[in-house]
Write a protein that binds this ligand. Structure first.
Ligand code: GLP
Length: 258
């Protein structure tokens, strides 16, 4: 899977480029008569992307009737009607503004009594939908993608994980009190993400510069799960451009030659 790094002028430009790829994918799949399967992320990073998808739907008539979505993760113990849950986040920031079919959106069930079974069923549902066409990713400062905290194996699949304290602190702003942030989550695994036909990782701001540097330069290892996204060494041109930037706006693109 060749990796490309594109540095954009600002968040809007980077998000617009990803939105355009999603639009093209939806139109292609529509033409082929099969659904487009999107992997989606939460956090502040994808918000401009979701705003742009809503705009494309509203202003250009782009339809999401033919789209199936799978979110990366959900907090353990939070039902979808809780305002801090990722299901709620997605409803408010994207789903309710589009013409998705009922049942077309999937978020892991943080309240499942049998978590292992819920995780297996999530993997099965992705497979039955035809696999992820395009996975949107942000990145956590621990190097997590989804909630694949260090250490996360390359072969990991959807499962229950324990959240790093750095991550709990970073995400505390979405909760009433820092101690309300759950200690666990259900997340797609690294292998689930790597099976996607395209991956678009967005990273904005100086707080992400160091983890992007590590993602690109460290030999892939479980201690920095985002490094698994590497396939081969990137060009010097790209890496030097990234190193020279204080405020980072970048996209990492991975595409399978299928
Ligand atoms: C959470 C999510 C990740 C996301 C990360 C970064 O931990 N589980 O999928 O990438 O937040 O959040 P932000 O985009 O707000 O920096």
């Amino acid at each position: 899977m060749p990796i490309h790094v594109q540095v954009h002028a600002d968040k809007q430009a980077a998000s617009g480029a990803v939105a355009a790829r999603i639009r093209d994918l939806i139109l292609l799949r529509q033409h082929e008569g099969r659904p487009a399967v999107l992997g989606l992320a939460t956090g502040s990073t994808p918000l401009p992307l979701y705003a742009e998808l809503i705009r494309l739907h509203r202003d250009t008539g782009l339809s999401f009737r033919n789209v199936i979505t799978f979110n990366l993760d959900e907090y353990e113990g939070l039902s979808g009607d809780r305002p801090e849950s990722y299901r709620h986040f997605m409803e408010v920031n994207l789903f309710r503004h589009l013409d998705l079919r009922p049942g077309a959106t999937h978020v892991p069930d943080g309240t499942a009594t049998d978590q292992d079974q819920a995780c297996r069923a999530y993997e099965d549902a992705i497979r039955q939908a035809g696999g992820l066409d395009l996975q949107v990713l942000g990145i956590g400062r621990t190097g997590h993608i989804g909630f694949n905290e260090p250490p996360s194996a390359r072969e990991s699949r959807t499962r229950r994980v324990h959240l790093d304290e750095v991550t709990r602190r970073d995400n505390a702003g979405f909760f009433r009190q820092p101690e309300d942030v759950p200690h666990g989550a259900l997340t797609m695994g690294v292998a689930t993400i790597m099976d996607a036909r395209q991956v678009e990782l967005l990273a904005f701001g100086s707080a992400k510069a160091e983890i992007i540097r590590r993602t690109l330069h460290e030999t892939p290892h479980a201690g920095c799960p985002a490094t698994w996204l590497q396939a081969h060494p990137r060009s010097e041109e790209h890496t030097s451009e990234l190193q020279s930037r204080q405020y980072l706006v970048c996209r990492l693109l991975l595409e399978k030659k299928t």
